[in-house]
Design a protein around this ligand. Structure first.
Ligand code: SF4
Length: 254
């Protein structure tokens, strides 16, 4: 049996196994939100700029980046189901975020790969072959990995350094030991550099294997984790579908 784990799905699993099960089976789906639109628009512009630099050794100007952001937003805003900010605010924040990337981050970087997709086998145990998949935003010529985040506020660096999954997964998959989170929030920049040693990677691989028994057990539901921001009608698609806690507590539980 082959099991493919997507890095982002591991995050969902660790927050709530039952939500992860339902998403994996396609029973529920995350809603398109203005938060996702904001992140995707900035990602898109950075990706285009990186590809241009990679293939033509030219750098695009800030005006071009702003045009890319504007075009992306106007083409994809119709897909948004949940607006957490007005459209005009999303445009302003995206423009401010891409400006700070252009001014403060990009000058330090030269890409060796952009949006690099990987599928890498972890190994085989007891007849199960485990594979990890993901997409790295930016591999730099220095050998360091970079990932762009566009949340509504800055992260706690110690939390990311202590338990961030993505940095483990990507450092393992792409043979790197330095992973950088470039966080853009309301036009401000936060840099969180993270180092992953062989010990970190070994622990991560064991964590991946720890998910397998539940996945192969053919049981449902999986454990439900209520404790955290994710377990609410605002964030959980299972709750929104009227299942799990949503079946009992409805759309306005508190
Ligand atoms: S409602 Fe809560 S416990 Fe149920 S699947 Fe969603 S996050 Fe998990």
């Amino acid at each position: 049996m082959e099991i493919k784990l997507r890095q982002s799905w591991i995050n969902t699993f660790l927050r709530c196994p039952e939500q992860a099960r339902q998403e994996r089976l396609g029973l529920v789906k995350q809603k398109e939100t203005s938060d996702l639109l904001r992140g995707n628009a900035v990602h898109y512009a950075i990706e285009q700029a990186g590809l241009e630099q990679l293939h033509s050794q030219t750098t695009v100007g800030l005006d071009v980046l702003w045009d890319m952001v504007d075009e992306y937003l106007s083409a994809h805003s119709v897909l948004v189901e949940v607006w957490r900010q007005p459209y005009e605010t999303v445009v302003d924040v995206c423009r401010a975020n891409i400006k700070v990337w252009h001014d403060e981050v990009w000058p330090q970087l030269t890409p060796s790969a952009v949006e690099r997709t990987f599928t890498k086998e972890i190994g085989t145990r007891d007849g199960v072959t485990l594979t990890l998949t993901g997409t790295a935003d930016w591999e730099d010529e220095s050998g360091e990995l970079w990932d762009w985040k566009n949340p509504s506020r800055f992260y706690e660096p110690w939390e990311k350094k202590r338990w961030d999954i993505q940095s483990h997964a990507y450092c393992w998959a792409l043979d790197a030991d330095k992973f950088n989170l470039a966080v853009f929030a309301n036009g401000q920049y936060q840099h969180i550099p993270i180092e992953r040693t062989q010990e970190h990677i070994d622990a991560f691989i064991e964590m991946c294997w720890s998910i397998v028994p539940l996945m192969t057990a053919n049981i449902e539901p999986w454990p439900m984790n209520w404790q955290g921001w994710h377990c609410s009608p605002k964030w959980c698609p299972v709750w929104q579908a009227g299942e799990c806690r949503g079946k009992h507590l409805g759309e306005k539980p508190w």
